[in-house]
Design a binder for this molecule. Structure first.
Ligand code: E4P
Length: 219
């Protein structure tokens, strides 16, 4: 399963990119707003920090405005930029047009199988179903991912599924078990994936053994 980092913070992206197992970035207007720079400044800087897909979300309404902004955002770095579009009729129309223009897309704010179906029908490059926000209202987010993956396989859609709104490592593992293509993960959750109490205990035991051996070698 491919892992992206879900942040617009430069320090987090730089550190995550250094680990080796993080292959891309997703942003959204809320994440951009945290960084006190313009979207263009932030996206431009991010393209220098990681060599992978970088999702930049349109911030306007209406097909014509979305298409215009999408082309502007894509021009920042055609090698890395993916245009994130809302799950609306205008967003889906723009998705279809960008596919024809060979500009990659990521349809976001997906919360149902029917939304997933029409995004995949409109050749979305990526589709982002949100897990955490569904769990927050008592719905079964993993069941949605399982059904989306079933529909994708039934019709052999090319769309890659980016599991989003991830809240913990358990979300990631359960999504991986469904065969979902990608998970986009908050920095702290990503970093926490390496941790386990038994690993800490084992490392402490090995350190003590190494110290003991080193003392013997000095005699
Ligand atoms: C990623 O593309 C999404 O915008 C993000 O994962 C949403 O996460 P949230 O539901 O915690 O805001």
């Amino acid at each position: 399963m491919i892992l992206f980092v879900d942040t617009a913070n430069f320090d987090e992206i730089s550190e995550a990119a250094s680990w080796g197992f993080v292959k891309g970035v997703t942003t959204n207007p809320s994440l951009i707003a945290k960084e006190n720079l313009t979207q263009k400044e932030i996206i431009t800087k991010i393209t220098k920090l990681i060599d992978g897909p970088i999702s930049a979300e349109v911030t306007v309404n209406g097909y014509d405005n979305m298409l215009k902004q999408a082309k502007e955002l894509f021009s920042i770095d055609p090698k890395h930029i993916v245009i994130k579009l809302p799950m609306t009729i205008d967003g889906l129309r723009t998705c279809k047009k960008l596919h024809e223009l060979k500009i990659p897309t990521n349809v976001t704010l997906c919360f149902s199988e029917s939304q997933a179906l029409i995004a995949m029908e409109n050749n979305a490059t990526y589709l982002s179903p949100f897990l955490g926000r569904l769990d927050d209202i008592g719905q079964n987010s993993i069941e949605l991912i399982e059904k989306i993956m079933c529909i994708k396989k039934q019709y052999n859609y090319d769309t890659k599924i980016i599991c989003a709104s991830i809240r913990n490592a358990n979300h990631i593992v359960k999504c991986a078990l469904t065969g979902a293509d990608i998970a986009t993960v908050p920095f702290k959750v990503l970093k926490g994936m390496v941790n386990h109490s038994l690993t800490d205990i084992g490392l402490k035991q090995f350190d003590e053994a190494i110290e003991k051996t080193a003392k013997l070698a000095k005699k």
